[in-house]
Design a protein around this ligand. Structure first.
Ligand code: PXL
Length: 275
């Protein structure tokens, strides 16, 4: 009998725009892992839009997960994404203290920005605070912008330069992260992902870019990584799978004329993850 694994997903609920919980719950579920949501904020649509409703959940998160504590819950994976405030970093640390078991995999997607800029709700202080989640993180999945923000570097304009990426990943290692996956690095006609494993193996994966950049693709990517991690898949195989899935979803979204702000139409391909 297969034992089903369970992930606590700390992320926002954005009703429209295919990101965060709206992406992670179906993907993680399709990969046969139970996904338990702890919301960090409730939004009408993601912050890439000019206007959005934003209900910060900072003051309610502890009360919410105290009930989980009473239920005696623990998790095989804890996956954190978009946080609604700087203060939530401390809340996430407290959550990990309460709910991680000895073998719990901690996956941190430090959602802070893209294309060289911070998202509108994220400031400098927030980025510094986010660094505190790196010690204890088994896997982190920043995009290039987020990796630079965490390292305190200016944005790397070099594209997929393995030496530069290794130097950057090494800084994140020194801040405490074990496996580092820098995602969605645009390089000419290609899109690359860089893996710096816990034993300092540096691997650059490359695939032809199959369409324009869409919102929420980092969330799709990290959800595949998180479900695979608790299922015991090795990180390189998992990154290849996540990259191929995102690439296919971007291509289909282009063919189906999905506006880039609306994310990728991963729903069309979800069954491919359910193997
Ligand atoms: O996809 C990352 C993300 C998650 N959650 C919210 C966002 C974004 C990116 O813009 O705004 C609310």
């Amino acid at each position: 009998m297969r034992v089903q694994k369970k992930i606590a997903m700390i992320n926002d609920f954005s009703g429209f725009g295919r990101c965060s919980l709206m992406v992670s719950v179906p993907i993680i579920s399709a990969m046969k892992v139970q996904c338990c949501a702890l919301p960090t904020a409730i939004l009408s649509n993601h912050t890439g839009y000019e206007d959005f409703f934003f209900d910060d959940y900072t003051d309610r998160m502890q009360e919410y997960y105290e009930k989980w504590e009473r239920l005696g819950l623990s998790f095989d994976g804890i996956y954190t994404g978009f946080l609604g405030s700087e203060k939530q970093v401390g809340i996430v640390q407290d959550f990990i203290r309460h709910f991680a078991k000895e073998n719990t995999v901690i996956i941190v997607d430090p959602v802070m920005g893209d294309n060289g800029s911070r998202y509108t709700t994220i400031d400098e202080g927030f980025c510094k605070e986010m660094r505190k989640l790196l010690p204890g993180a088994d896997i982190i999945t920043p995009n290039l912008t987020e990796a630079c923000l965490l390292a305190g570097d200016s944005y790397l304009e070099t594209g997929a330069d393995k030496t530069e990426l290794t130097r950057l990943a090494d800084k994140l290692r020194k801040l405490g992260a074990k496996n580092i996956v820098i995602t969605g690095i645009a390089d000419g006609e290609d899109i690359c992902d860089f893996i710096y494993t816990a034993d300092k193996e540096a691997i650059l994966l490359r695939q032809p870019c199959s369409g324009e950049a869409h919102a929420g693709t980092g969330d799709v990517f990290s959800s595949v990584i998180a479900a695979d991690a608790v299922n015991g898949e090795d990180i390189v195989t998992s990154v290849k799978k996540a990259a191929a899935f995102v690439g296919k979803a971007i291509k289909l979204s282009h063919e189906m004329r999905i506006p880039t702000q609306e994310g990728v139409c991963f729903e069309e391909l979800l069954c491919e993850l359910a193997i």
